[in-house]
Design a protein around this ligand. Structure first.
Ligand code: PHE
Length: 477
């Protein structure tokens, strides 16, 4: 397959293209599926407060650090860190945290694609439903009008029970993601982001307005923004940190890799701010979109990972034009998931292209193929492999199936560790002048950012980790 032997030489065609791609990487299932799930399970307001603090104090400075590493190194997550280390006269071994970031991206995509497959399944279900509604002369009917609310959630159990369907959706999603990445930075990734992200934002605003007018908006506001501190525990704080890192796409190769395609003229600090702002905004909007509907029909906010998939179709069933809005809703999640999955895949592909000097197309299909195969194990852990406990020998993972073990391993352990190392590297080891020039920050702003990345971020991450994860890891929690 044709294509350059290494990613160098590829780049965004404009600053807007970079911003859309980076926002597309950040905004995904993390915002619309994982955030509401965790906020619901952890009691709302207090979790949200910790989450937002982690975004501002840790996530935001991390985004800038990663993009600057990429732009300076002009390569994948591993080689870019090595380059910054070389130019700072410190050990090239720092490249290891870039490498762990690539591993994180690899692992995340294995289960991410499975969940994105559920999204595609619901896009299908809702499309069929809407076509049915239109033909029966009532395009503004509620979703799945002929079913009753008690049986609607069984769509999800049906899907989990149907191996060909479950694997088929996962396959389809991976094929689309690989195809886009194989087309390259400008023709694939950038193009996808420029079409999908603006559409995504229009849909998001429309559905939020719909929720605000038809659902229990006030109740959702108070649930998300009135902190009840009795709900906080070290584990909840760690969940919020892991979610903040996951949602911002930090510590997992994507942003370093995307930073490698940014031109020298682009001012990085405001761009990082925009990514953080858009990501947090979308998570909160997603909460304000989902919880009013959940409250309106009296569903359980703590329903877990199935909250979005199982509960919302019931909500759409009971609401005006639910068939149409339900379809738009799942299309919206699909767009968000796709622009994120391509960033995950690109993080690994960019490295493999360099490391093995393979062409882009070949690398994308090979790497994507391996991720796809491991993803099959994640999908089967919802079905015939539900009893397998791959990390059962570690107390923290005792009762986790393949899917949950990978998710928890990444978000609770590998992401915080990678974030810690990144912050220490940028804050303490990387050449100060090099770093300052890349950020484009001056005076007090640079001082503030440096304080966050050198002191606050590593200390906060280390403390949260030691209090929350370590005791559980060794079974003392
Ligand atoms: N941030 C993405 C989301 O919220 C997931 C992601 C993580 C993408 C890490 C790239 C790197 O869905």
């Amino acid at each position: 397959m044709a294509g350059p032997a290494a990613p160098t030489g590829e780049g965004w065609s404009s600053r807007t293209a970079f911003i859309l791609a980076a926002v597309g990487a950040a905004v995904g299932l993390g915002n619309i599926w994982r955030f509401p799930t965790l906020a619901g399970e952890n009691g709302g307001g207090a979790f949200v407060l910790v989450y937002i603090s982690c975004i501002i104090l840790i996530g935001l400075p991390m985004v800038l650090s990663e993009v600057l590493i990429g732009r300076h190194g002009r390569s994948d997550a591993f080689h870019s860190v090595v380059k910054v280390a070389e130019d700072s006269n410190v050990s090239k071994n720092w490249g290891i945290f870039g490498g762990i970031g690539i591993l994180n991206a690899f692992l995340i995509l294995t289960f991410y694609s499975v969940v994105a497959g559920w999204v595609m399944y619901y896009v299908g279900v809702m499309s069929v439903d809407l076509v049915g509604a239109i033909f029966s002369g009532d395009p503004f009917a509620g979703a799945l009008a002929s079913e009753n609310p008690e049986t609607i959630p069984s769509r999800m159990t049906d899907l989990f029970g149907n191996i060909p369907l479950l694997l088929g959706m996962h396959t389809l999603f991976m094929v689309v993601s690989i195809w886009i990445v194989a087309r390259g930075v400008t023709d694939g990734i950038e193009k996808a982001a420029t079409y999908l992200m603006p559409t995504f934002f229009v849909l998001l605003v429309l559905i939020t307005l719909y929720g605000a007018f038809t659902g229990e908006f006030a109740k959702a506001l108070s649930f998300l923004f009135t902190p009840d501190f009795s709900k906080l525990s070290p584990a909840v704080v760690n969940d919020a940190l892991g979610q903040a890192l996951f949602s911002m796409s930090v510590a997992s190769a994507a942003l370093i890799t995307y930073g490698g395609y940014v031109s020298r003229e682009t001012n990085l600090a405001p761009t990082a701010g925009m990514i953080a702002f858009a990501d947090t905004g979308v998570a909160l909007l997603a909460g304000l979109m989902i919880f009013p509907i959940v409250f309106a029909v009296g569903l359980d906010v703590a329903a877990g990972p199935t909250l979005v998939f199982q509960s919302l179709p019931i909500a759409f069933h009971n609401m005006p034009a639910g068939s149409l809005v339900g379809l738009l809703f799942f299309v919206l999640i699909f767009f968000a998931a796709l622009t994120s999955s391509i960033s995950l895949l690109e993080g690994v592909v960019a490295w493999a292209m360099r490391r093995f000097e393979w062409g882009r197309g070949f690398t994308a299909w090979l790497v994507g193929g391996v991720i796809f195969l491991i993803g099959i194990a994640c999908a089967l852990s919802l079905n015939v492999w539900s009893d397998i406990r791959p990390l059962g020998f570690i107390p923290l993972f005792e009762d986790k199936n393949i899917f949950d073990a990978i998710d928890d391993l990444v978000s609770k352990i590998l992401l915080p560790v990678t974030a810690f190392l990144t912050a220490v590297f940028i804050g303490w080891r990387a050449d100060k002048k090099l770093v300052k020039e890349e950020t484009g920050l001056e005076g007090a702003m640079f001082g503030l950012w440096r304080f966050l990345i050198a002191w606050l971020a590593p200390l906060a991450v280390a403390m949260i980790f030691v209090f929350a994860v370590f005791p559980n890891l060794i079974g003392q929690g």
